[in-house]
Design a protein around this ligand. Structure first.
Ligand code: NAI
Length: 508
């Protein structure tokens, strides 16, 4: 299927934050756009705002004045809904209310051609439910843009139960022709992004609640070691706790209370207190005048001569750390063949977390002076990493690891002995949710990865990450988390179990 021809008119209903952005995107792509809002003057105000933003882009040399003139000439206010009757595609971005949206679509059905595609930008309402009662529900599709629509690349093209395949395909190709990165999704609660992203917030909230570390330390680790743009506390303060908590509750309720999505009491408290984040001047952090953002808690190195490191067994993703140490001039010898897969540093045994607590693992495997290291997006580049240690690990051994990492330019934060540290458990739970989305036919492996990279700027698709870590290793981490908590929340996805049992990866 081809994209809609540029000669086709695009109708946009609702001229709020999203509608204005979507109208701008379609106008930039060369379509004539009719923007309608039932609040008098709202569409005109929205177009003025688009004009201001585009003028700023002319100043920054992103557009020429002629281009902006052409874009603006494509954007017109529709004074009545009737003025969108010529459209080939109508995108609705009005209030998030089923009844109001259904009323608008039944009015549109009465005036638009039978070929016109009807799309909703809803982020939480089922596409199947919205299309129920329409004369032609098969031409109804979700077209879920992300905020701000002119900047964010992702568009989830969401099919309801009866959406025709060619309707979804045309919508997909049209989004691509508009310069977006579309992915197909089935209409399920949260679609892809709002579902798969839940553990990103949930795991940090849980670690904070369990006093494993403070917000600033956890945020710094998620940013520096995980490579995410923001930590969960910074990001939820920005999104607004009311909004983020409501999305979590909606996904939790829609999945009939599946504990995977259980909301956080810590976040509920913030909502109850009116600490909604930046917009109210306080959330996890204070944004009041003169407020100073707390620094992460780090372990100061002694700056002693780094102890000799000996690599034992197959270090897997930790081989990046060995390369980093070597390039910093820290001596690393390769030890005898071993099943241990650890790095000996002086008295210490450094191992990648496998989800078990350090003390538990040290007891089980009779390892002396065990220090666990968290997952990093790129050990060769990370500036900060989390460590935890077993109850019987000596201070001397722990310091030897800190000094060694410090010699390679890596700052350390020590966490309470907790399952899966920070980045590992967050990535494992993101990949677990991504896997379940694939298992349940919500999207493809590539679709889920693309959605998370372009909808929420993750540094890597969770399933690419899963494959790099190894699906069997991921399952081990999840099993250890489930074992530690005894909660269904950490149950491994059936697809992860299946792939691990077959010795396969997501991308095979
Ligand atoms: P908004 O509140 O900024 O704008 C909604 C606009 O729709 C208002 O201008 C309102 O006057 C207009 N409107 C309400 N009822 C109408 C009707 N019956 N006919 C015509 N116009 C009507 O809302 P926002 O944030 O732009 O969201 C719109 C939709 O996009 C919602 O479905 C929301 O879930 C979805 N969405 C929002 C995102 C966000 O970050 N704000 C992201 C992705 C989707």
């Amino acid at each position: 299927m081809a994209a809609l021809d540029k000669a086709q008119v695009i109708g946009v209903i609702g001229a709020g934050a999203m509608g204005a952005g979507i109208a701008q995107v379609a106008a930039q792509a060369g379509h004539s756009v009719k923007l309608y809002d039932n609040r008098e003057g709202a569409a005109a105000v929205a177009i003025e705002l688009v004009q201001k933003q585009l003028n700023r882009l002319v100043e920054r040399k992103k557009f020429t004045a002629e281009q902006v003139k052409a874009i603006l000439s494509n954007l017109q206010v529709a004074e009545t809904l009737g003025e969108v009757s010529q459209a080939g595609l109508v995108v609705e971005a009005i209030v998030e209310n089923v009844d109001v949206k259904q009323t608008v679509f039944s009015e549109l059905e009465a005036i638009c051609s039978p070929e016109c595609i009807f799309a909703s930008n809803t982020s939480s309402i089922s596409i199947t439910r919205l299309s129920a009662g329409m004369l032609h529900p098969e031409r109804f599709v979700g077209m879920h843009f992300f905020n701000p629509a002119p900047i964010m690349k992702l568009v989830e093209v969401v099919s309801g139960l009866v959406t025709r395949e060619d309707v979804a395909q045309t919508t997909y190709e049209t989004a691509a022709a508009w310069g977006k990165m579309p992915v197909y999704a089935a209409s399920t609660p949260g679609f892809i992004v709002n579902r798969v992203a839940r553990p990103f917030y949930a795991e940090s909230l849980r670690l904070k609640q369990e006093q494993v570390a403070d917000c600033a330390t956890l945020d710094a680790l998620i940013r520096h070691a995980g490579g995410f743009r923001m930590g969960a506390f910074e990001l939820t303060d920005l999104i607004g706790h009311d909004v983020n908590y409501a999305v979590t509750c909606s996904v939790f309720d829609s999945y009939y209370g599946d504990f995977r999505f259980q909301p956080s009491l810590l976040q509920k408290d913030l909502v109850d207190a009116g600490y909604l984040g930046r917009k109210t001047g306080a959330g996890f952090y204070s944004y009041k005048e003169g407020a100073i953002k707390p620094e992460p808690v780090v372990v100061e190195p002694t700056n002693g001569e780094p102890a000799l490191c000996i690599a034992l067994g197959n270090l897997g993703v930790l081989s990046g750390l060995v390369a980093r140490l070597l390039s910093a001039g820290v001596g690393v010898d390769v030890g005898p063949v071993s099943a241990q897969n650890v790095l000996k540093i002086g008295d210490a045994t450094l191992a990648l977390t496998d989800g078990r607590m350090a003390s538990e693992r040290a007891n089980n495997e009779q390892i002396e002076n065990l220090v666990l290291i968290d997952l990093a997006l790129d050990y060769e580049a990370t500036t900060h990493i989390a460590l935890s240690r077993a109850h019987n690990t000596s201070d001397k051994a722990f310091r030897q690891v800190v000094d060694c990492l410090s010699a390679a330019g890596i700052t350390v934060s020590e966490l309470q002995d907790s399952p899966g540290l920070v980045v590992m458990r967050t990535v494992a739970m993101l990949a677990n949710e991504a896997s379940d989305a694939v298992l349940n036919g919500v999207s493809s492996v590539d679709g889920v990865d693309t959605a998370m990279k372009y909808g929420v700027n993750y540094p890597k698709g969770p399933l690419v990450w899963a494959d790099q870590l190894g699906v069997a290793y991921l399952q081990k981490v999840l099993n250890a988390l489930q074992d530690a908590y005894g909660e269904d929340r950490y149950r491994a996805s059936l697809l992860i179990k299946r792939l691990a049992a077959q010795g396969r990866s997501f991308h095979e």
